[in-house]
Write a protein that binds this ligand. Sequence first.
Ligand SMILES: *Cc1c(COP(=O)(O)O)cnc(C)c1O
Length: 333
Amino acid sequence: MNYKNYPRRHYLQYPTPIEHLPQLSNYLGCGVEIFVKRDDLLPGAAGGNKTRKLEFLVADALKEGADTLITCGSMQSNHCRLTASWAVKEGLDCHLILKSGSESSYKEDNTSGNYFLNKLLGAKIGDIVHANSDLDSLMIDKADLLKQEGKRPYIIPIGGSNSIGTIGYVACAEETIAQLRAMKLDINHIVIPSGSAGTQAGIIAGMTHINDNIQVHGINVSRKKIEQENLVLNLANETAGKLGYSDKIPKDFVTCYDEYVGEGYAIPTKEMIETVKLFARLEGLLLDPVYSGKAAAGMLDLIKQGKFKKGSKILFFHTGGVPALYSYMNCWK
Ligand SMILES: *Cc1c(COP(=O)(O)O)cnc(C)c1O
């Protein structure tokens, strides 16, 4: 695929594993088989999906001659942690703009998890900003300040989800299809968490280009269905356009579900709590409370509703986020 023309840092030495979850599949007893793509095992401090986007984003930063990365996210952002981690590896400075959570009944422990890891990795973190702050303009202000100090900053948008970062998941679509062919494994559905949208958009752009007919189901972690579907579709088309793919991706290739968000982003749901425990105890697999836990809860509910035909094979993308478990320990007490 022609993303090969884009500069890329090769952070992955091997494809991430695809594993069968026989005990979970048996337990559900609905005649579907569940497999997992272990993107939680990607390289970079404590792993997770942002490493694939950063292969292309950091390469672009280096091409531009940057010596500093700036990005933003929530207090428990996995994207910030992985940006900080790859910045260390590349010898770049890293500035993070972190926002506090929205007002909710649940207060995660923000002294631990990713916030702690960001500090351990030496990222520069200023004052925590209000949940409703305009993070894009704060990053531009930070870049201006750093330029006055003679630095060469490069801004990475929230979640790494622009058309450059999204190429990482186009490459992942190709990797996954090659792996499934080698394993002679016929997958009918992919289930994937959908946040800043680059992961789902890249998979859809890649799958559409390869002309594979696996259906992709995004489980929202924050937005409403239509809003998220538009975000994914636009980013998928923008990325496909950048790569010179001629065909527009049809609207009905993009499906998102908003039934599993609960009260809001990063606020635990009862189903997430149960699902994280179930995966841990049946498969020894650690999900996270914000993304993969809610996405897996959504997948189990869709299976129970009979959304997937008997005999279907489902590939669940485990996108990482495990460090956030430590800041949500109270959920399992
Ligand atoms: C960022 C993130 C996601 C969502 O990916 P997007 O590309 O932002 O939609 C899913 N899981 C984890 C663990 C993440 O950190």
